[in-house]
Ligand binder design. Structure first.
Ligand SMILES: [Zn+2]
Length: 275
């Protein structure tokens, strides 16, 4: 295999264009970097997001390992498209015009918008065509019974711990519908408002019942005291949950999750936590 150059902010070459078409094709261009052959800050942020997904060192630099994981992901898509009769030609790891056109044909045949990129719903149709769950059409819910059974048990334990600590903690969001997630993703992009998320429908742990949001209340009002959120966060960690207050990329105090070591592409591809 050819040796690919290490790319970072400031790099400028046809390899940067190849990086950008691959990331764009895999629906990683949530912040709208131009496919310009110039490695800008937005490209770097999108690389970090990708590195987070695959537990790679999130330095925003595209070295041999990041290249490999990226190209492997494109090849997995190309192989499946070929298998399903949507020919991309050679499985070469580059998300070029033939791959884009095959994705569009696949999307049209499956009632999806023909964007030519592997958005979450497209990924699921392609990788997990016989999915028998109904996550994609479930309604949003703030009740903990809408969570995955193991996360639900942890949420109950967490609430017990907060009560024992004399706190009034309430869960205000649990399962989030994929449509609602898509509306949130549109906000600040092609809909009015501020950007609130980088996740499309299917790309948030809330869309799988693996995450919930909670807040401490005082006198029936949501607390504005960061210390109370930190206290709450520690109790969630005691219950075995990951707490958004420890996130590096986007600190999220009300957020708790259990990922079972899976990223959202694993889930879209049909991988589930062991029973
Ligand atoms: Zn959340």
């Amino acid at each position: 295999m050819l040796v690919l150059p290490v790319l970072r902010v400031g790099s400028s070459s046809r390899y940067v264009s190849l990086l950008q078409i691959n990331m764009n094709g895999l629906a990683l261009n949530y912040n709208g970097f131009p496919i310009s052959g110039y490695f800008d800050e937005r490209t770097s942020d999108a690389v970090k997001n990708f590195q987070d997904r695959f537990q790679l060192n999130r330095d925003g630099i595209v070295g041999p390992l990041t290249w490999k994981v990226l190209i492997d992901n494109v090849m997995a898509v190309q192989k499946l498209l070929n298998t399903r009769g949507y020919s991309v030609g050679a499985v070469d790891g580059w998300f070029g015009p033939a791959t884009t056109s095959a994705v569009q044909r696949f999307q049209r045949d499956h009632g999806l918008y023909p964007s030519g990129i592997i958005e979450p719903r497209t990924r699921r149709r392609l990788f997990d065509p016989n999915a028998r769950d109904n996550y994609e059409t479930l309604m949003s819910s703030s009740t903990i019974s809408s969570l995955h059974p193991r996360v639900e048990a942890q949420a109950r334990r967490f609430l017990e711990l907060t009560r024992a600590a004399g706190m009034d903690v309430r869960i205000y969001a649990a399962f989030r519908s994929w449509d609602e997630q898509d509306r949130l993703f549109a906000q600040g992009r092609w809909a009015p408002g501020q950007i609130v998320t980088n996740a499309r429908g299917g790309d948030s742990y809330h869309n799988w019942g693996f995450a919930f949001d909670a807040a401490p209340f005082e006198n029936d009002e949501m607390s504005t005291d960061t210390q109370q959120f930190i206290r709450m966060g520690r109790l969630g960690q005691q219950a075995g949950l990951e707490w958004g207050g420890t996130f590096i990329s986007l600190v999220d105090y009300p957020h708790f999750q259990n990922t079972f070591g899976l990223n959202t592409w694993d889930l879209l591809n049909g991988v589930r936590p062991p029973a």
